[in-house]
Design a protein around this ligand. Structure first.
Ligand code: UT7
Length: 315
């Protein structure tokens, strides 16, 4: 397949580090130095499904495809206000599509997993046009009195339309269960029979363990995808990486021994918007006109699970 169109949508509320330091024991200096984040977009009165539909419509317009031409919709999402129905079905209705759809939860690595699924369906002859929407509101998962987590995240939606082509050269996914490193519990409705202890626990993260996993997994995944597609690291024009922390991005860049200008970032003014990071960054670069036909692009993301993945494609 090939990516024919991209789109994104963001909440209007911008929250700066200085705003956080008004109610948290933190500082602009700490957050910028340790993460690279200066500000993030945070949901206030918006609904995530509306941002998702807006991103989808922009991607369809960019691709020159009508919603009724879609054969499948994949939505990557960790949490939203609905437990059911699935977000992909809400998006399907909002944009006027009639095709089947599915939600996936692969944490921050959802976009790479969705591309792998789209490509597999395409190779099996089941689809021609696929819409991927990543829509996330991780700011609703964290405890806003916990400076170790809430300063890291932002919200938003990113979308891509995939159409027939052989531009996706390789996708490599991996998983290694580590449920105690990055997790959140929620309580479900009580029943007369529940006897186990249940807790409502906001997002918990062993930051340094996640950091180490992220650098190792991304470096391995990208190397596997490059080897598989027989493309050298030096031949890649752009590396679009999960925007969790500028220090993680720099460590992967050092591992690959590639110049910094091949690694566009937006972590500075978005923070980590989970699986939306990759398609939002892709859309921003696309709309700036950075990509030309034939450019080689590598993407990589990692997240809770742990799961991770990388892809190599030609624009
Ligand atoms: O999408 C995947 C999800 N997550 C990630 O990729 C995150 C990966 N991990 C990281 O990015 C980094 O580990 C963090 C940014 C989360 C933390 O940075 P760190 O350099 O690993 O800091 P640390 O956890 O070792 O904490 C250093 C100090 C601690 O104080 P003490 O114990 O040394 O006195 C923390 O309590 O910094 C303190 N601290 C803060 N101080 C001011 C932690 N958060 C803050 C904060 N403001 N927001």
């Amino acid at each position: 397949m090939k990516i024919s169109g991209t789109g994104s949508a963001l909440p209007k509320q911008v929250v700066t580090n200085d705003m956080l330091s008004q109610f948290l024991d933190t500082s602009d200096e700490w957050i910028k130095t340790r993460t690279g984040v200066s500000s993030r977009f945070v949901i206030s009165d918006e609904k995530l499904e509306d941002l998702a539909a807006e991103a989808a419509e922009k991607a369809l317009k960019d691709a020159g495809i009508k919603a009724e031409d879609l054969d499948f919709i994949i939505c990557s999402n960790v949490v939203n206000e609905y437990i059911t129905p699935q977000l992909s079905c809400i998006i399907q209705g909002a944009i006027g599509a009639t095709c089947p759809c599915i939600d996936i939860n692969c944490a921050c690595a959802g976009f790479i997993h969705a591309v792998e699924m789209a490509e597999a369906f395409y190779q099996a002859g089941k689809v021609r046009n696929v819409l991927i929407v990543c829509a996330e509101e991780p700011t609703r998962m964290t405890d806003w009195s916990d400076r170790r987590t809430c300063v890291l995240f932002g919200d938003g939606a990113g979308a891509a339309v995939l159409t027939p082509g052989d531009n996706i050269k390789s996708v490599k996914l991996s998983a290694s269960s580590a449920t105690e490193k990055l997790w959140q519990y929620r309580t479900l409705q009580p029943t007369p029979y529940i006897t186990k202890d249940e807790m409502d626990v906001p997002l918990q993260m062993m930051g340094q363990d996640v950091f180490k996993f992220a650098v190792t997994a991304a470096s391995k995944d990208i190397t596997r995808a490059l080897n598989d597609s027989q493309i050298a690291a030096s031949d890649v024009d752009y590396y679009l990486l999960h925007q969790a922390n500028i220090r993680i991005i720099n460590a992967i860049q050092n591992y690959l021994e590639q110049p910094a200008d091949k690694f566009p970032t937006n972590v500075e003014n978005h923070g980590n918007s989970s699986s939306s990071c990759c398609p939002i960054l892709l859309d921003e670069c696309n709309r700036k006109g950075m990509f030309k036909k034939g450019d080689k692009i590598a993407m990589s993301a990692f997240g809770a699970g742990f799961v991770s993945g990388a892809l190599v494609m030609e624009w």
